[in-house]
Design a protein around this ligand. Structure first.
Ligand code: NAP
Ligand code: HSE
Length: 432
């Protein structure tokens, strides 16, 4: 039986997950493809590091990227290193050498995706990236293939396993933020720099990639409003629970007229919604197509095996294209057309309900001042509650609003933060 040889760039969490699945499911894979898949060479930083999976004596380890690119026996380069510069060079050099590439690197795709798509087109090779978004959930293929004929009206969901794990552990076990983060790192969910997970950047990278697949346009990373979960406290989780919500880090994009509006924010989700019950490292993406209606995809969004599964699906997809004699793989899902800039709704015009937690001096007139300011800025109150002990320096005052524009919310909260009764800047989250 013919053999397809892989050059792996990176052999950490995802690389070793992929190797394990190739070993575990080798017969099934060969049956499906009529070809065997073998790892030939592996690029790493530290040649002396002990590895989570033993690849056997026939696999070469190297710290020189050129080994993967110049080896004529390697058909597909699989980039699982992360980071920007070395990964980008490896991919571009692989394209130039006529090799197809599979990558899990959403950061690179979000920052340099347009250049990579162009280069893949120039060299008539495949660029596959299912594992870059939502781990094991087949969201890229769903947008590219299964929903190819639908207009996506709205897409939102949980797209970061680490942040979801942290919020779930804080909500269900009362675990503190740092312990939950350390656990997520131990379990292989987090990025090399976990700030990307916590501050919402990783979610925004994925959103950028998915917007391209859904709409065939570029929504630049710099245009996406991003709010992470570092400002979510146990107190907010408790208040949210009392009002009937769970806090989740959500990404969203929706069509508003001819424009797109997108963002990444912690949001209060009614606890009866399926998405509120997505726990641990799981992700969920809810799509609304103009023909199919709503669809929900749910699965593990991070970790060695789920992500390895998505990487392997891409490799097998490429091999099928090779088997079929495909000479110009369509990487974008839009016939490799140039990817134009999205028509973007200014973020200040986006509308949502909001949760506010003010920390204020417990004295007469404070509630009146806040409600006055809200009324003056067109922010309508749905519910309010104040808690705290008499004499405390600052007490929490929580307000849930009706739908209002981000512009109104920011003007009002700036005004309130400047008041002498404000002990801390107010915390504000969207409500789904
Ligand atoms: P990881 O465990 O840190 O592994 C990274 C691997 O790349 C290591 O083997 C490392 O070598 C190698 N590497 C890094 N920089 C290198 C360089 N400059 N030259 C040569 N080798 C280099 O990372 P990971 O969690 O597997 O993630 C890999 C990629 O998958 C990232 O793009 C990440 O965003 C993405 N991803 C991860 C997950 C997940 O759940 N972890 C899910 C989806 C997507 P050493 O081992 O010698 O240090
Ligand atoms: N760090 C990412 C996460 C890995 O936690 O979701 C999967 O992309």
């Amino acid at each position: 039986m013919d053999v397809i040889k892989l050059g792996l760039g990176g052999f950490g969490t995802v690389g070793s997950g992929l190797a394990r699945i190739l070993d575990m499911n080798s017969e099934r894979i060969a049956k499906r493809l009529g070809k065997r898949i073998e790892i030939k060479s592996v690029l790493v930083r530290d040649l002396n590091k002990k590895r989570a999976f033993d690849l056997g004596p026939d696999v070469t380890f190297t710290d020189d990227p050129a080994v993967l690119v110049t080896d004529p026996e390697i058909d597909i380069v699989v980039e699982l290193m992360g980071g920007l510069d070395t990964a980008k060079d490896l991919i571009l050099n692989a394209f130039a050498a006529g090799k197809h590439v599979v990558t899990a690197n959403k950061h690179l795709l979000a920052e340099h995706g347009l250049e990579l798509f162009e280069a893949a087109k120039t060299h008539s090779v495949g660029l596959m990236f299912e594992s870059s978004c939502a781990g094991g959930i087949p969201i890229v293929q769903t947008l590219k293939e299964s929903l190819a004929g639908d207009e996506i009206i709205k897409m939102f969901g949980i797209m970061n396993g680490t942040a979801n794990y942290i919020l779930s552990e804080m909500t269900t076990k009362g675990m503190d933020f740092q312990t939950a983060l350390a656990d997520a790192q131990d379990l292989g969910y987090a990025e090399a720099d976990p700030t990307f997970d916590i501050e919402g950047f990783d979610t925004a990278h994925k959103l950028c990639v998915l917007i391209r697949m859904a709409y065939g346009v570029d929504y630049p990373l710099s245009e996406i409003p991003i709010q992470g979960i570092s400002s979510v406290t146990p107190m907010d989780i408790e208040f949210a629970r009392e009002f009937g919500y769970r806090i989740k880090l959500l990404a969203h994009v929706m069509k508003i007229g001819d424009k797109l509006e997108a963002g990444v924010h912690p949001a209060l989700v009614p606890y009866t919604y399926l998405i509120a019950r997505v726990g641990g490292n799981y992700n969920a993406v809810r799509l609304e197509g103009n023909a199919v209606g709503p669809i929900m995809l749910h699965g593990q969004g991070a970790g060695d095996m789920p992500t390895g599964s998505a990487v392997l699906a891409d490799i097998m997809n490429l091999i099928r294209k090779i088997n079929d004699g495909c000479t110009h793989p369509d990487n974008t899902g839009f016939c490799n057309q140039p990817i134009m800039l999205a028509d973007i709704l200014p973020p200040e015009q986006s509308e949502s309900k909001y949760y506010f937690r003010f920390t204020v001096a417990d004295r007469t007139g404070v509630m009146a001042a806040i409600t006055n300011s809200m009324a003056n800025h067109g922010v309508s109150i749905a519910q309010a509650v104040q808690k705290g002990e008499a004499g405390a320096e600052g007490v929490p005052l929580v307000i849930i609003t009706h739908e209002t524009s981000a512009e109104n919310v920011y003007a009002m909260s700036e005004e309130m933060d400047a008041m002498d009764f404000s002990v801390e800047p107010c915390v504000k989250f969207r409500i789904l």
